[in-house]
Structure formats: structure tokens, C-alpha cells
Design a protein around this ligand. Structure first.
Ligand code: HEM
Length: 420
């Protein structure tokens, strides 16, 4: 075996194409269920060790045991977040029960399929509007014109953030999830840039909360502010953290599922033809296969809370484990021909939205709908759309939380906007 598990923490590992990265993971996965990796903590200037999980069985086992593998000790990022960052980034993804269950329950009501029905209508409308914006051009960077604005507009509409602030939110989320890519972060202290982005989004939300307190509308912020049950009231700071969580977790992830999806379809023309032959009928399977194969969220960490044993490995209080979803989603112990993109794959028990447990992606239903609608519209309105050049992966300065494509050139036969 040539691969070295410690490659996972090198930025260059993540600058590779999806296929090359996954081929390396295939070798690394065979070293064992829990791979100790030592990494230098840039915040403390000290080395620390975590256990990398690259197999599906162990991702599922850890996700299911939040009491033994918790999320609140230092956060779910590989490094503990400094206090000033925790203030802005402690959405409930970094909480444990009872706080986690309480906060998630308040907002979860909005993300049920029934509640989302109205939002889905606007997803279709926004998708048509975004495609109208570039369908006459014939040649575009799909990330810039579609993958990036589309999920962002949906999250902002859902919360009630005005369209005039889209650019501000986009820049801030690019700093938060851009992993230090020089295209998104100016020269200077990247930590200060992160904190600045957090402050900016918090201020935006605090202002919106105040406006909606006086003039409620039918958006999510109004509902959170004018909650009838006193127990379900969120403080303005909690609403702001929730917005940062949504603007990052719900935006960059979907953006990259769309970009990778287009790339995967171009590289697998037989699968594309198959989907195009029955766009609606095959949509559910195709969307989940895109999420499995691309696994936009690269990893989540948990911290061990006591002396426990999993898959014959003894853990101790304070040990860190990091689940690598993309690697687990290609585990040959579970998936037949895991490197093959197969929109008819069944069963497809992928963990692209997280393993089963309390932190399973709150927006999975919305994300699936967004991706399904985008490809339905693309495959119908621009039926010959093709990737026409090299995709450029995010050039993060460390291990990115979301593995993305910054640019994806595509060409298609120009067509008239439907809104005209
Ligand atoms: C393809 C798109 C998406 C992918 C791949 C994805 C993936 C994930 C993953 C892996 C987690 C962590 C699960 C864990 O720690 O066990 C997560 C959590 C979360 N996601 Fe998503 N997500 C996507 C879209 C969305 C959207 C559209 C929203 C909301 C609008 C959203 C909101 C959240 C929230 C709020 C959490 C935290 C849940 C909690 O801690 O209880 N996600 N997502």
C-alpha cells in the first residue's frame, strides 16, 4: 500500500479532483477502522491526535451514540474553537442534549415536508429565475451563475433576508467555509476574517429580528420571534447563530452537490441519458447517488465522553474521532462497485447527510428537493449542457469542511428565458 493516512490532513489532498481523492481514500480505508493521525493545531501551535473513521459501520455506530461521542466539547470541527469564535459559530450542530434537542425542536417544525410545501413552490420559481439569468449565454461558469446563487437565495428567502443583502451573505459564508482559499479571504489574519464574517452575519440577523418583532411577515424569523409558546422563544443571539448555521450548512453543501452532480453526469453519459429518459421517475435515486458520490460535507468530529469500546477499539475520555463521510460512502464492505456512479443504486444507505442520530441533517428534505428541481430544469431546458473545461476545486489552506468546486465551465445551446 502506498497511501499514508496522514495525507488526509494535507491541503493538497483536498485540492485533488474528487476521483483522485477517493482513490486515495480507498487505500487509506484499508489500514483500519480508527486511524490515529497527529496534526498541528495552528490555534495553539501544538500537535494533537484524532482518530480518522473512513468506514461506514463505524460512522453509523458513532453517530448513533451521542452520549458517548458528544458534539459540544470544543465543537465538531477538528480543532476546538476559541471562545470568541464559539460565540458566533455555536449553532446547535455544536450542542448536546438537552440544549440540542430543545433548539432543534423549535426550528425543526419548519423543515418538515408539510411545512416546506410553500417553500418548495418558491424553490421552483427561484430555479426558473436563476436559469433565465444565463440560458441565453451558451457558455458559463455554472458555479457562479447557478450553484452559488440558487441555494443562497432559498435560505435567505426562508429566513426573510432581503435580496439586497445576498452579496453580503455570500461573501461572509465564502469566508467561513472557504477554508482560507485566497480567492475568498484577503491577505491578513484568517481567524480575524472568520470572526469578522460571523459578526457581520450576526449584525444582519439582529437587525432583521428587530424589524420582524415590529412588522412580522410569513418568514421564519417572524415565526421564531413571535412564538406563542414561551419555552420555544429563541434569544436574538440564538437566532443569529441558527442563521449562520443555515447560511453555511444549507448553502455551500447544496452548492457543491449541484456542481459535483453536473460534473458526475458529464463524466457518466450513460447515467445522464438514463436520467434524461425519465427525469421525474428516476430523480429520487439520482439525487441520493449524487450526494453519496460527492459527499460535500467532508467530515464531522465527535469527542469521547468516557472509557468505551467500539469495533474492538478502546477509547478514553477526551479522545477525538473524525468521521470522513466521503470515504465511508465508498466503503466496499457496504456498497457494490462503490466507485461507480449508478443512479439506480439500491439500497443506498449513504451517510452524506450524516449518520443516523440526533444531528442528522435538518435540511436533507429541502436539499433533496433543491437538487431534484435544479437537475429537472437543467436537463429539460438545457438538454445538451456539458462540462466544457476543467473544474477547479477549492484551494483551502487546511482540511475543508465542505469540499467544493470553485469553478465549473459548461456549454449548452442557448435558449430563451421562460419568464419572458
Ligand atoms: C446536499 C446538501 C447537504 C448535505 C450534504 C448536508 C450534510 C449535512 C451533514 C453531514 C450534517 C452533519 C450530521 C451530523 O453531524 O451527524 C448536517 C447537519 C445539518 N444540516 Fe445539512 N446538508 C445539506 C443541506 C442542508 C440544508 C439545505 C440545510 C438547511 C437549509 C441544512 C441544515 C443542516 C443543519 C441545521 C444541520 C445541523 C443538524 C443538527 O446538528 O441537529 N443542510 N448536514
Amino acid at each position: 500500500m502506498t497511501a499514508d493516512p496522514a495525507r488526509i490532513i494535507e491541503p493538497t489532498f483536498w485540492h485533488q479532483s474528487l476521483e483522485t481523492r477517493m482513490a486515495e481514500f480507498a487505500e487509506i480505508r484499508e489500514f483500519g477502522a480508527f486511524l490515529p493521525i497527529t496534526i498541528n493545531n495552528p490555534l495553539l501551535g501544538e500537535p494533537e491526535t484524532f482518530y480518522a473513521i473512513t468506514r461506514l459501520e463505524e460512522v453509523v455506530a458513532v453517530s448513533k451514540r451521542p452520549d458517548d461521542f458528544c458534539s459540544s466539547r470544543g465543537a465538531t470541527s477538528i480543532f476546538d474553537l476559541p471562545t470568541e469564535m464559539l460565540e458566533y459559530f455555536t449553532g446547535f450542530i455544536n450542542m448536546d442534549n438537552p440544549r440540542h434537542a430543545h433548539q432543534r425542536r423549535i426550528v425543526a417544525k419548519t423543515f418538515t415536508p408539510t411545512e416546506l410545501a410553500g417553500v418548495i413552490d418558491s424553490v421552483e420559481q427561484i430555479c426558473a429565475e436563476v436559469i433565465d439569468g444565463f440560458c441565453e449565454q451558451g457558455s458559463v461558469d455554472l458555479v457562479q451563475v447557478l450553484s452559488q446563487p440558487f441555494p443562497l437565495m432559498i435560505i435567505c428567502d426562508l429566513m426573510g433576508v432581503p435580496r439586497s443583502e445576498l452579496g453580503t451573505v455570500l461573501d461572509a459564508t465564502n469566508i467561513i467555509l472557504g477554508g482560507g482559499d485566497p480567492e475568498f479571504v484577503d491577505e491578513g489574519d484568517p481567524i480575524a476574517a472568520l470572526i469578522g464574517a460571523g459578526i457581520l452575519l450576526t449584525e444582519l440577523m439582529t437587525e432583521l429580528v428587530e424589524q420582524r418583532r415590529i412588522n412580522p411577515t410569513d418568514d421564519l424569523v417572524s415565526r421564531l420571534v413571535h412564538n406563542e409558546a414561551p419555552d420555544d422563544m429563541m434569544k436574538p443571539s440564538e437566532i443569529a447563530s441558527f442563521f449562520i448555521l443555515l447560511a453555511t450548512a444549507g448553502n455551500d453543501t447544496t452548492r457543491n452537490a449541484i456542481s459535483h452532480g453536473m460534473d458526475l453526469l458529464s463524466k457518466n453519459p450513460d447515467q445522464r441519458r438514463l436520467w434524461q429518459s425519465d427525469v421525474d421517475g428516476l430523480s429520487a435515486g439520482a439525487v441520493d447517488e449524487i450526494v453519496r458520490a460527492s459527499s460535500p460535507v467532508t467530515h464531522m468530529r465527535r469527542t469521547v465522553t468516557g472509557d468505551i469500546s467500539v469495533s474492538d477499539h478502546d477509547f478514553h475520555d477526551g479522545d477525538k474521532v473524525v468521521m470522513f463521510y466521503g470515504a465511508a460512502n465508498r466503503d466496499p464492505r457496504v456498497f457494490d462497485n462503490p466507485e461507480t456512479f449508478d443512479i439506480l443504486r439500491s439500497p443506498n444507505p449513504h451517510v452524506g447527510f450524516g449518520g443516523p442520530g440526533p444531528h442528522f441533517c435538518l435540511g436533507a428534505h429541502l436539499a433533496r428537493r433543491e437538487i431534484a428541481i435544479v437537475f429537472r430544469e437543467l436537463l429539460r431546458r438545457l438538454p445538451d449542457i456539458e462540462v466544457s473545461g476543467e473544474s477547479i476545486p477549492l484551494q483551502s489552506s487546511g482540511l475543508p469542511l465542505v469540499a467544493g468546486l470553485k469553478h465549473l465551465p459548461v456549454t449548452f445551446t442557448p435558449t430563451a428565458p421562460v419568464g419572458k
